[in-house]
Design a protein around this ligand. Structure first.
Ligand code: KG4
Ligand code: ZN
Length: 384
């Protein structure tokens, strides 16, 4: 269990005096929203205001609790959320000298995700909202990722083309506005973060795999192993990563049979080959989506995998080639956190989108509910 330090690259928390509640200052950047994230293996709480300021940011990562199992164990995750959530809410409010009654709304992830964890966060948010007489905002975790770049980029207007890449999802969407999403393509099997995690597991790099694979890839030769590029050149905007993962496993097994083990250089070269193949797939699909015509001025990437520097650089190039701007949230805002939930709460609250106290927790919740149901459309953590 690791309490993560306050992110270094987030906007500085403002002077709490400037936030004195109920109009004590000349400009009170309402709304102030408390956000709760518990859909996977991070227990996270944040306070964000209408001026895009992250007033407080608390996060407990459960990585160590799940490490021995090679993935997230839902029951362990739910229990850990129960253990930490109340303390984090109190610490977030104490950090800025606010009481619960000073917030304008309580937002929580209501899905998609591991249902036990989602219920812990949502029930806590309901109790807080009820106790304080404040509205509840039930946030779709995918919407929190989708809107997260707008927290740190005030000039990012709708619509924009979004590549949403996380542990449970890989989708290309047009973000037309808050609550308005049009999915253009999606993975038909594994999510891209899941592929990173399986690659890492294959090489004994631990969980979560993304950062470890990225680190090794930086020292490897991406050309030594020939891996497939599923869907590259295809007219659809879909993705597939399971064949890539199997091809990588076969290469690993071949080396094992030939040499009896994998050297550090082998592992680095395999990681580099894998990451290069993923980069080619993402770049090809996104370039094709941009080619289809206007979906706003910006290409945006969000979700945990968006923390990968090599992928960010590649996508920035794709955007530049297509004459679009490129936006990606700062690294601390890519992987799951409370600030993105609080910010989605700000965006929804401003538009009057609040929810009744009997709103359900949803293990699956596609962003575009009218869209065709596909594997990667609202599914998170189900394989863990
Ligand atoms: O968004 P997120 O924190 O949780 C979900 O909503 O799923 O994404 C977690 C995923 C994990 O699969 C993790 O391995 C991946 O994001 N990830 C990365 C990197 N950092 C996290 N993948 C590639 N490179 C990274 N640097
Ligand atoms: Zn996420």
């Amino acid at each position: 269990m690791t309490d993560t330090a306050t992110p270094a690259d987030r906007p500085a928390a403002p002077d709490p005096e400037a936030h004195t509640p109920e109009g004590a200052g000349p400009v009170v950047p309402r709304p102030i929203v408390l956000g709760i994230e518990t859909s996977c293996d991070e227990t996270a709480v944040a306070l964000v205001d209408g001026a895009r300021r992250v007033l407080a940011h608390k996060l407990v990562s459960q990585i160590e609790d799940h490490a021995a199992y090679g993935g997230v164990v839902p029951e362990i995750a739910a229990r850990a959320h129960i253990e930490h959530l109340d303390r984090l809410v109190k610490a977030a409010l104490d950090d800025v000298g606010l009481a619960l009654g000073d917030v304008d709304a309580v937002a929580a992830t209501a899905g998609p995700g591991l249902i036990g964890g989602v219920m812990v966060g949502l029930v806590t948010a309901k109790a807080l909202a009820l106790a304080a007489g404040k509205p509840l905002v039930a946030v779709n975790h995918l919407e929190a990722h989708a809107l997260s770049p707008r927290l740190t980029e005030p000039d990012l207007d709708f619509p924009y083309l979004l590549l949403l890449v996380s542990g449970g999802h890989c989708q290309i969407l047009v973000v037309e506005g808050v609550g308005r999403y049009r999915r253009l393509g999606s993975t038909i099997d594994d999510a891209v973060g899941e592929a990173f995690d399986k690659t890492a597991k294959l090489m004994g790099l631990g969980y979560p795999g993304g950062p470890a694979v990225e680190r090794l890839a930086a020292a490897g030769d991406p050309t030594r192993f020939d891996l497939p590029r599923p869907f590259v050149g295809d007219r659809s905007l879909n993705f597939s990563f399971s064949g890539l993962k199997s091809a990588l496993r076969r290469q690993g097994e071949r080396l094992l049979a030939e040499q009896g083990g994998l050297s550090d250089a082998d592992k680095a070269d395999l990681c580099a080959a894998f990451q290069a193949a993923v980069a080619d797939c993402l770049a090809d699909r996104v370039a094709r989506a941009l080619d289809r015509g206007p979906a706003g001025a910006a290409l945006v990437v969000a979700g945990g995998v968006a923390a990968n520097q090599a992928l960010r650089a590649r996508l920035a190039q794709v955007a530049a080639d297509a004459g679009r701007t490129f936006q990606a949230p700062p690294l601390w805002l890519c992987t799951d956190n409370g600030a993105m939930v609080a910010w989605a709460g700000v965006e929804r609250f401003r538009l009057g989108f609040t929810d009744p106290l009997d709103v359900p927790a949803r293990p699956r919740w596609p962003l575009d509910e009218a869209g065709a149901p596909v594997y990667g459309s609202g599914r998170k953590g189900a394989k863990a």
